[in-house]
Design a binder for this molecule. Structure first.
Ligand SMILES: [Zn+2]
Length: 287
């Protein structure tokens, strides 16, 4: 997960802009009457997200009309406020959509750190939480894979919350991504979550849930192959005694640049710690 500062946008003002020109007029009137309810829901969301407790907002589910139907009634109009009045190219709220998307670090997905951020994901899905459909702090720039794998699931428990790029920066105070290096005959790498003993249990459980839900091993594992082949060539130019130091420096550099739980930092940590790799394995597959 990549940390992004919480959007500096007022939820009520965003909702007001998106709905001020809504058609038909009957829908616009009903939507504009909900400004206070939307602002209140956004404030509750902010408090809950800061406490890792979005699962407690069950009283907002299917509100205000209690209907879970996707298209009908005022809940349908609220969901449509996102799709037609914020995402649509010529809609009143499109500038907000573009601003939120532009905050993706280097244009990358905030949930996996790898994919291209070309959509916004509702941290709490709009189908279940229509009042939060255009709440800026509920909209995160992501890739389409993460958006798809996260799906329409609302968190069922405190542990079943994926990480939130606006609220969960403390997750990077701990090193929890580990690369496993297999070999001989050739090095093969896989990534997994191994929380340290001093990591709070809830945060550790959420990291596991995030990693599993978004299928991040599937995304990170294939990155290691080209990196190992590139590394093999550059390491063979070094004196053997310099290899461990070089790998540790690379691990520190990646941790400083991409974070301690980037696949690159995890890979270089694991390679530096692997005596078979640093003595002989790095020569594969080129020797
Ligand atoms: Zn992604």
């Amino acid at each position: 997960m990549l940390h992004i500062p919480k959007p500096d946008m007022d939820a009520r003002a965003v909702f007001d802009t998106c709905t001020a020109t809504a058609k038909p007029l009957t829908a616009r009137t009903r939507l504009q009457e909900l400004k206070d309810a939307v602002a209140k829901a956004a404030a509750e969301y902010d408090t809950a997200a800061a406490k890792q407790a979005l699962h407690t907002l069950t009283h907002l589910k299917d509100q205000p009309d209690g209907e879970s139907d996707k298209t009908g009634g005022i809940n349908g109009q609220l969901r449509k406020t996102y799709t037609s009045r914020m995402v649509h190219k010529k809609s009143a709220g499109r500038d907000f959509y573009d601003q939120l998307l532009a905050e993706a670090p280097d244009g990358r997905c905030a949930l996996c750190g790898q994919g291209i951020a070309d959509t916004l994901d509702h941290q709490l899905p709009k189908n279940s939480y229509p009042l939060l459909a255009v709440t800026p702090s509920n909209l995160v720039p992501t890739c389409r894979d993460c958006n798809f794998y996260k799906g329409e699931q609302a968190p069922a428990s405190e542990k079943e919350q994926t990480l939130h790029p606006y609220y969960d920066s403390q997750v990077h105070d701990f090193i929890w991504l580990q690369a496993r290096v297999a070999g001989p005959p050739k090095p093969a790498v896989s990534f997994r979550v191994v929380p340290p003993p001093d990591m709070p249990l809830l945060l550790a459980a959420r990291v596991r849930h995030h990693f599993t839900t978004l299928k991040l091993a599937r995304l990170y594992n294939p990155q290691a192959g080209p990196e190992l082949r590139y590394l093999s060539r550059s390491l063979r130019r070094l004196p053997p005694a310099a290899i461990v130091v070089h790998l540790r420096e690379r691990a520190e550099d990646w941790a400083a640049i991409e974070g301690p739980n980037s696949w690159q930092a995890a890979l270089y940590r694991a390679l530096a710690d692997n005596s078979w790799y640093t003595l002989d394995g790095y020569r594969e597959p080129w020797k």
